[in-house]
Write a protein that binds this ligand. Structure first.
Ligand code: DSN
Length: 436
């Protein structure tokens, strides 16, 4: 018999209880294909919901500003040890509250206001924090933009080098939110070293692929690496930074400082930007890092990529164009530039049909970011449910039926029929953190 969910909440706050159950039902009966979403395990959720939430622990293990932190120190040390082992990092910080705060700390540790930062604009697949004009990173620092080739959608490393040599930024971000191809950190490292820039990988989208051994690891090539933990890595909502201990540009930029790179990162997080760490979340991170170190996670990561590639091939067969010509990762970018309907039309139609993804700019997009010509989708969520290559044939058929019906008389009935088929199909899959 299934255990009753949230028995206390059910009594004390039925309003919140019912809203949570509604969201759970939605996630059980639809396809979670937002490339940055996933299902955390029951164990991760239990640690997140534990009374560790009550503890204040400003500082770092063995150097706290509050008493009573002996157990808390063990928890943070455990998360640190597991994370170091997972990525082979010299130093890690697990206190970042999420991806943007982690990236904010990166700037504080290696940049001065007004310095140039090279990053991909949001509209071309970068992140807000890589120097976008409305974000702190674009207001306090000067973005030198680079991006994938608008024709091919692929990063052109010769062109990136040319921009770097001309602009000589102090820091280069290599990381994206919408790039389906492998990122060549070795090539970025050559460029950064040539101009003596800090190289920072933002691996939020692909940290699970890296931990699972199906994407190159940036750690040997980068000064710093930042990530969230709740995307493919299946952890709680949080962030971390991996770094070298010594700063290779200490003499150039920080000759007067006694703080090496690792210490500057730690100081940037606390006391620079944050107060008490969320220890319930850090415990859940430790759980997720253990899960990600297991052989079953490697199998999962391989399946995520196989599913994305299989789904991409079926979609192409059905005449749907893919930016970059396909994928090496968890992510597909469907390109509707040639269509009279927009990316937003497609993502909304798919959502009504039970396929949850998001509209997204594609390389060479002429439409505005609020409508776009593209749709971004990923396979981490549906692979966590247990779907394999055969299931991708079904998923591709559903997507194709919905896309073909857009702006036709049959749109509503097709969307309803697909939603019902998906609700039925998903019943046979076990959803981590949701199904008993
Ligand atoms: N919100 C994330 C994504 O969907 O890619 C980026 O932070």
């Amino acid at each position: 018999m299934a255990t009753e969910r949230y028995p206390h909440l059910k009594v004390t706050d039925p309003t919140v209880y019912n809203l949570i159950l509604q969201q759970e039902a939605l996630e059980r009966s639809t396809l979670k294909m937002i490339a940055s979403e996933n299902f955390a395990s029951f164990s991760v959720l239990e640690a997140t919901g534990s009374p560790l939430t009550n503890k204040y622990a400003e500082g770092y293990p063995a150097a706290r500003y509050y008493e009573g932190n002996a157990v808390i120190d063990e928890i943070e040390d455990l998360a640190i040890t597991r994370l170091k082992a997972l990525f082979g990092a010299e130093h890690v910080n697990v206190q970042c509250l999420s991806g943007s705060p982690a990236n904010q700390a990166v700037y504080r540790a290696v940049m001065k206001p007004g310095d140039k930062v090279m990053g991909i604009p949001v509209s071309e697949g970068g992140h807000l924090t890589h120097g976008w004009k409305v974000n702190f990173s674009g207001k306090d620092y000067l973005q030198v933009p680079y991006g994938p080739n608008p024709e091919t959608g692929i990063l052109d490393y010769d062109q990136i080098r040319e921009i770097a040599l001309k602009e000589r930024p102090r820091m280069i971000w290599c990381g994206t939110t919408a790039y389906p191809r492998t990122i060549h950190y070795d090539k970025f490292a050559e460029i950064a070293t040539e101009i003596e820039a800090y190289l920072v990988a933002d691996i939020a989208h692909i940290s699970g692929l890296i931990a699972g051994g199906v994407h190159p690891n940036p750690v040997p090539y980068c000064d710093l690496v930042s990530s969230t933990t709740h995307k493919m890595l299946r952890g709680p909502r949080s962030g971390f930074i991996l770094s070298r201990v010594e700063d290779r540009y200490q003499q150039k930029y920080y000759a007067d400082s006694k703080l090496n790179l690792a210490k500057r990162i730690d100081r940037a997080i606390f006391p620079g930007l944050q107060g008490g760490p969320h220890m319930n979340v850090i415990a859940a991170m430790a759980v997720a890092f253990k899960e990600a170190s297991e052989d079953s996670f490697k199998v999962y990561a391989q399946q995520v990529v196989k599913n994305a590639q299989t789904l991409g091939a079926y979609l192409q067969e059905a005449g749907i164009h893919l930016a970059c010509g396909g994928t090496d990762t968890h992510l597909l970018l469907l390109d509707f530039r040639a269509e009279e309907f927009t990316g937003k039309d497609v993502s909304q139609a798919l959502a009504r049909a039970g396929i949850i993804c998001n509209f997204n700019m594609v390389p060479g997009d002429q439409r505005k970011p609020m409508v776009t010509s593209g749709v971004r989708m990923g396979t981490p969520g549906i692979t966590s449910m247990g779907m394999k290559e055969d299931d991708m044939k079904k998923v591709a058929e559903w997507i194709t039926r919905v896309v073909r019906s857009i702006h036709t008389e049959t749109a509503e009935s097709v969307e309803k029929a697909v939603a019902a088929e998906i609700a039925d199909y998903t019943k046979s899959f076990k959803v981590p953190g949701l199904s008993d």
